[in-house]
Design a binder for this molecule. Structure first.
Ligand SMILES: [Zn+2]
Length: 284
């Protein structure tokens, strides 16, 4: 089913397309040089030269194919929670961060993902297994780093190369050429190095935000337990299954002297069943 680009739901990204054209023109000269550089030196190194609004366009395109307009988790207490806690971490990003959009996915497996440009999806299953708000915050912090370090874009550029760059640059918003292959690339596991970077820098975001990074350590242990029960292994673990090592790493380093108190975890139900859970408070 085709769906018109409506103003509802997906964070108002569509309005950026016209403005993007100027930026695309501006970026073209840089791009041509960068393409030459990329052809001669490896496409992964090309990513820093790409205009950052391309990430946003790619991420918006991808989230639309993943989150239905009638997603029962839309406007859930979980989404409200993410919109309160997520910005506390994004604020700690050095330099200009992407504009973050938070979606709760109606999926009971404990998982989360970040698409390019600040589109983050969190499965309701993550809220089900988390025991403390700091644990969900730890996963979000990790995902923010994937977006900010442009890990998904690196993979797309590295795999699809110059052809995609040319399409993005000169075809404006037409991302249809990316369907299938591009989506597969975005959903692939990150490399071990990228996972480690997301853990380490994500932990820094937590500490800077005053959030106890112990949450990141304990959620890794929970993921390992879930995987041990025979459940589907979360993607967060699949490329870097050394969960004990990851937990140990997250326990190293400084911790906030006086951690802030996060809003309590909401119910992991979507729809009517969660109505009773409303009313969590930010401060006390
Ligand atoms: Zn990751």
């Amino acid at each position: 089913m085709s769906r018109p680009a409506s103003s509802e739901g997906f964070g108002g990204g569509t309005g950026s397309l016209v403005g993007s054209l100027g930026l695309i023109a501006l970026g073209t000269a840089v791009l041509l040089g960068a393409i030459w550089f990329g052809v001669t030196s490896g496409a992964g190194q090309l990513t820093p030269y790409l205009p950052r609004h391309w990430d946003d366009q790619v991420g918006e395109w991808a989230i639309k194919s993943m989150v239905d307009e009638d997603n029962p988790c839309r406007d859930s207490a979980m989404e409200t929670w993410l919109k309160k806690v997520g910005p506390k971490l994004v604020e700690q990003v050095q330099g200009e961060a992407f504009e973050y959009r938070w979606h709760v996915i109606d999926d009971d497996t404990p998982n989360a993902f970040a698409l390019p440009g600040g589109w983050v999806g969190v499965h309701r299953g993550l809220f089900r297994v988390a025991e403390r708000p700091e644990e969900v915050a730890g996963v979000i912090a990790h995902e923010i780093i994937h977006s900010e370090q442009r890990h998904g874009m690196q993979r797309m550029v590295g795999s699809l190369g110059v052809q995609v760059l040319m399409g993005l640059a000169f075809g404006g918003s037409d991302l249809s050429m990316l369907a299938g292959t591009g989506m597969d690339l975005l959903m692939l596991s990150h490399s071990r190095d990228q996972e480690t970077e997301a853990d380490v820098l994500g932990r820094v975001l937590m500490v800077e935000a005053g959030i106890d990074p112990e949450g990141m350590a304990s959620i890794f242990e929970t993921f390992a337990l879930e995987a041990g029960k025979g459940g589907k292994m979360p993607t967060l673990l699949s490329s870097h299954p050394d969960s004990k090592g990851r937990a140990a790493l997250a326990r190293q380093g400084e911790r906030p002297y006086r951690p802030i108190e996060l809003p309590p975890l909401p119910s992991s139900n979507c729809g009517a069943a969660e109505a009773d859970e409303e009313g969590s408070r930010d401060e006390q």
